[in-house]
Design a binder for this molecule. Structure first.
Ligand code: 5GP
Ligand code: MN
Length: 338
């Protein structure tokens, strides 16, 4: 569903705007949010970006990052006021309110008009307007499409283009996943023409790894990676104490699941992380095998066909048991993936 015209009307006059995105925001979440924020500020709106949790240091260079408010106990009063004051709330890169944790009740009750812009499957209908397209590779691509459709492409300057490129580049796995369409490359080309330095963006995002994160990765690859060839499945489990031992920070486990997927013969991978209040699961797959279906059926989650996540309130060991118990249900399907 595409409410582009109605969104254009809604932001036709300067408004007080709040932008939010999913918990543990990734580069698409932050890039699309800060790219949209940069654009709306140029149009005269008063814009604040609020995140439900903090996020990786490698995203802190994005333009507008300094004004982002991380919602936590310290900022609760301020954020509650911001939500109450907002005329419009943009919800970016998620389509179900449980993805914004404790912000959900505030956003649900807000008087503001809510606009959801997202590319995940199975949206919850909480928004008044939406730009929702599961064929889009990234929410950043939808923001580019929106700005272009509203006739404002010339307002996309280098800082905004960098934000959008960061989202597009990361959600396509540097333009290599199955979601990398001609449109993705055309959008990237237009962003390049604005004057961004792609190799610098790549470096700032990927070649910006703390030694602690690399040491944790070394430990994981040596000792924590398990492969179950009968299911073409590989997985990693991390306890809270292991994360502490390696001084793991937010974002340090991001992308780790891809190492499991890269093992020869593996077509599905998972990482199970003990986040104390819950176990977070990340799934990746190749080809037609849908980890979104597995995550939503068994682990309270969702996402895309080849990249999904979920959570469990069981212990880490019980969550592993659960996962190992459901694998036989998918054995035939997994065997068919090449
Ligand atoms: P990641 O494994 O990188 O956290 O997430 C992979 C994809 O699945 C992302 O697009 C992410 O937004 C989505 N995802 C992760 N966890 C959840 C979840 O609990 N629910 C839903 N609906 N989507 C999720
Ligand atoms: Mn995304």
């Amino acid at each position: 569903m595409q409410d582009i015209d109605a969104i254009g009307t809604l932001i036709g006059q300067p408004q007080t705007v709040l932008i939010t995105t999913h918990q543990n925001p990734d580069a698409d979440a932050m890039g699309s949010s800060l790219g949209l924020a940069g654009y709306l500020r140029k149009k005269g709106h008063h814009v604040t970006v609020v995140t439900p949790t903090d996020y990786g240091q490698n995203l802190h260079w994005l333009s507008g990052n300094e004004g982002v408010i991380d919602f936590n106990e310290k900022s609760r009063v301020q954020v509650t006021q911001l939500v109450a004051d907002a005329d419009v709330i943009f919800c970016l890169d998620f389509s179900a309110l449980d993805r914004i944790r404790d912000l959900a009740p505030l956003v649900r009750q807000a008087r503001a008009r809510k606009v959801m812009i997202d590319h995940h499957l199975e949206p919850e209908s909480f928004a008044d307007l939406q730009l929702w397209d599961t064929s889009a590779a990234a929410t950043a691509q939808l923001i580019f499409q929106l700005i272009t459709a509203l006739g404002d492409k010339e307002l996309i300057d280098v800082p905004i283009a960098e934000c959008l490129y960061a989202g597009l580049m990361t959600d396509t796995g540097s333009f290599r996943h199955g979601n990398t369409t001609g449109d993705v490359h055309r959008t990237a080309a237009e962003l390049l023409d604005i004057g961004i330095d792609v190799s610098s963006i790549h470096r700032r995002i990927f070649d910006n790894v703390s030694l602690d994160k690399f040491r944790l990765l070394g430990y994981v690859l040596n000792e924590k990676l398990k492969v179950l060839p009968q299911y073409k499945f590989a997985y990693i489990m991390l306890t809270d104490s292991e994360l502490k031992r390696y001084r793991s920070k937010t974002g340090d486990t991001e992308g780790m699941v891809n190492y499991a997927l890269a093992v020869e013969g593996v077509v599905m991978a998972a990482i199970l992380i003990d986040r104390v209040d819950e176990i977070r699961l990340s799934f990746r797959s190749v080809g037609d095998f849908s980890v979104r279906e597995l995550a939503s059926t068994h682990f309270n989650g969702g996402g895309h066909r080849n990249a999904a996540g979920g959570r469990s309130k069981l212990s880490l060991a019980e969550t592993e048991r659960r996962l190992l118990d459901v694998l036989p249900l998918y054995q035939q399907q997994l065997a068919e993936v090449v």
